[in-house]
Design a protein around this ligand. Structure first.
Ligand SMILES: CC(=O)N[C@H]1[C@@H](OP(=O)(O)OP(=O)(O)OC[C@H]2O[C@@H](n3ccc(=O)[nH]c3=O)[C@H](O)[C@@H]2O)O[C@H](CO)[C@@H](O)[C@@H]1O
Length: 356
């Protein structure tokens, strides 16, 4: 076998839900030489360059239908396949790992046209369009939830959970000033925040604060009313990095139902009220949420039916019933897959190791 390190291209782009799992896998691959493929102006340009060389290509999501925009997207896809082929060839890469989404399409097609192996990880219960379409082209597909396998018949698919950042498995001290005995509610709307959820919480929160609860509300950067409500036990932040410590400390979470956050809630054993993002592609967050509801780990509400009053009451009932919270916490734990990153790293090594 050659002594030179294995060379891997990771294609992960856009949101925390795609980037954090890929970064967690990359950390497990110390003996691989890793370079990254992303899109200009997305989150990867902040998270990746300090750790791995980042290449960018201008690809967009395909909305379907025949329109000038669709033709432009298709044209962009075709030229991106060419760019990816050149990158894979000149860079001497031996394989590709991707967490799906539209960045995955050109790189999967380019890699397979060069006969290079590809591992595709899909974290959602209802796989995204690119995954459903291109899974049969991949050497191996790995999914976060068993339910996703139902949509990927005839492909080489295995369930491995979804990787979480290292600080979830080895939580660091929480740097926020929260009294030790106070119940803590964390509100999180995915990596971009959730303006509609923020509004509901602001209308309901006074009641919880009067009970001595502390609320940490991660509002995202796009909420013009993010600072409207002020209270000494109500802390708002646009984004918080130390999520491992925060979710481990939380008594309950109010959250969107992105696969990344759900996976983290399972690791942290934090019961949750889930409000799926109603405009997510194919309503996939509802499918994610259902897994947690069926396990008894969460309660789901549709955003357009949830009132501040119902939210207020549901949380108050949970706060009054430590037994309910404890049972839900155990149900959360039953969904955790702490070694997901290691499993994926092993699959990658096996897939790209040159034959002796
Ligand atoms: C709106 C939408 O379509 N979102 C999708 C997007 O993920 P999106 O990034 O929106 O949501 P996820 O829940 O998957 O991930 C959010 C990540 O951001 C982190 N975070 C959030 C707030 C904060 O202050 N600090 C912080 O670190 C969370 O801990 C989590 O790791 O891709 C996921 C994976 O395909 C999908 O399941 C989501 O449905």
């Amino acid at each position: 076998m050659s002594d030179s390190p294995l060379k891997l291209l990771i294609a992960a782009s856009g949101t925390g839900g795609h980037l954090f799992p890929a970064l967690a896998v990359a950390r497990q691959l110390e003996n691989c030489q890793i370079e990254w493929l992303g899109v200009p102006n997305r989150l990867e340009t902040q998270l990746v360059p300090s750790q791995y060389p980042l290449h960018t290509i201008a690809v967009e999501g395909f909305q379907g239908g025949l329109s000038l925009k669709s033709l432009r997207v298709l044209q962009g896809l075709v030229s991106s396949i060419g760019v990816c082929r050149r990158l894979l060839k000149t860079g001497g890469f031996q394989g590709v790992f991707t967490t799906g989404g539209y960045i995955a399409a050109p790189v999967i097609l380019a890699a397979r046209s060069l006969n290079l192996p590809v591992l595709l990880h899909e974290s959602n219960a209802l796989p995204g369009k690119v995954t459903r379409l291109l899974a049969p082209w991949c050497t191996q597909v790995a999914v976060g939830f068993e339910a996703a396998q139902n949509y990927l018949k005839g492909t080489n698919v295995i369930t491995v959970g979804t990787p979480v950042r290292a600080d979830f498995l080895d939580p660091q001290p929480l740097t926020l000033d929260i009294p030790e005995d106070a119940p803590l509610i964390v509100v999180v709307g995915g990596s971009q925040g959730a303006v509609a959820v923020n509004q509901l919480v602001r209308e309901a929160v006074q009641d919880w604060l009067e009970r001595g609860v502390v609320v940490v509300h991660l509002t995202g950067n796009n909420d013009p009313h993010g600072q409207d409500f002020q209270h000494s036990r109500y802390l708002t932040l646009p984004f918080y990095d130390n999520m491992g410590a925060l979710l481990h400390r939380a008594s309950l979470a109010i959250s969107r139902a992105g696969a990344g956050t759900l996976t983290e809630l399972a690791i942290a054993k934090t019961p949750a009220i889930l409000i799926p993002y109603p405009y997510a592609a194919d309503d996939h967050q509802t499918y994610n949420a259902q897994i947690f509801v069926q396990a008894g780990a969460a309660q789901r509400f549709e955003q357009n039916q949830l009132t501040a009053e119902t939210l207020k009451q549901t949380v108050s009932e949970w706060l009054d019933s430590p037994d309910t919270l404890e049972k839900m916490s155990q149900a959360m734990a039953s969904l955790a897959v702490p070694n997901s990153a290691q499993q994926l790293a092993q699959l990658i090594i096996t897939m790209i190791r040159p034959l002796t």
